[in-house]
Write a new protein. Sequence first.
Length: 276
Amino acid sequence: MLNVSLDHLTFSYNGQAQILGDISIHAQSGSFVCLLGQSGCGKSTLLRLLAGLEKPDSGAVLVDGQPVKGASLQRGVVFQDYGLFPWMTAGQNITIALERRFPGMSKAERKERALYWMDHVGMAASLYDKLPGELSGGQKQRCGIARAFAIDPPILLMDEPFGSLDAVTKAKLQDLVLKLWQQEGDKRKTIFFVTHEVDEALLLATDIYVLSQSPATVMYRHSFEGEVHPTRKNMYTDPKIASLRNHLIGLIHTDANERAAQEDIASGEITLEQAV
């Protein structure tokens, strides 16, 4: 497994408005890092930099000390919009990734591995030949998760993968990803998971990084190493966890209010004295 470092990253699109401002994050191999913040703060952009799909203006993305210079099958991605090819069946969406990741694997072996992971994520074998358009939102996301785990990347990047799902399906898939990750033992993937939901971050993460609104910086970091980890049962009853939850919510709300006030001042709707 691999350590990942973001070393003083800055980023802007086409040299215009700055999206990321001097961000440094270090993830130990096998950690589950949640990037938490308001929608539009640059979390997804940060994930694109991790994936090698964008280049930073300054700083570096390092994997075991080596700079990321482009996309790689060492880094799997699960998208909010599923990322499935609509003209391919669920099974083919998995096997095509396996063909790229393991070129020496036979067609029969690829199908067997695809069915294995479909079963692991709760997809019936009968869905193997279904097109994405014939699947529910939850089934599509399960297919994306099956594909990501099937190619077995040491680093997994998840961009608000459950954001468009209903509450029950979301809870089931949160539990599924956590279970799959935990079952890997000392070979656990390093996961970066983007979310704007505090409870989701608390449930999943070993480490939480709270990002400010863009140009994003790290406002706060919390590691659960050596602590009782939040669960659905203790999140609201354990005093320390409840206090942390309130603190995270407060940080995000304060940041959002300060940004709104800055925008109102810039537009002339209020004066600096009124904002204070």
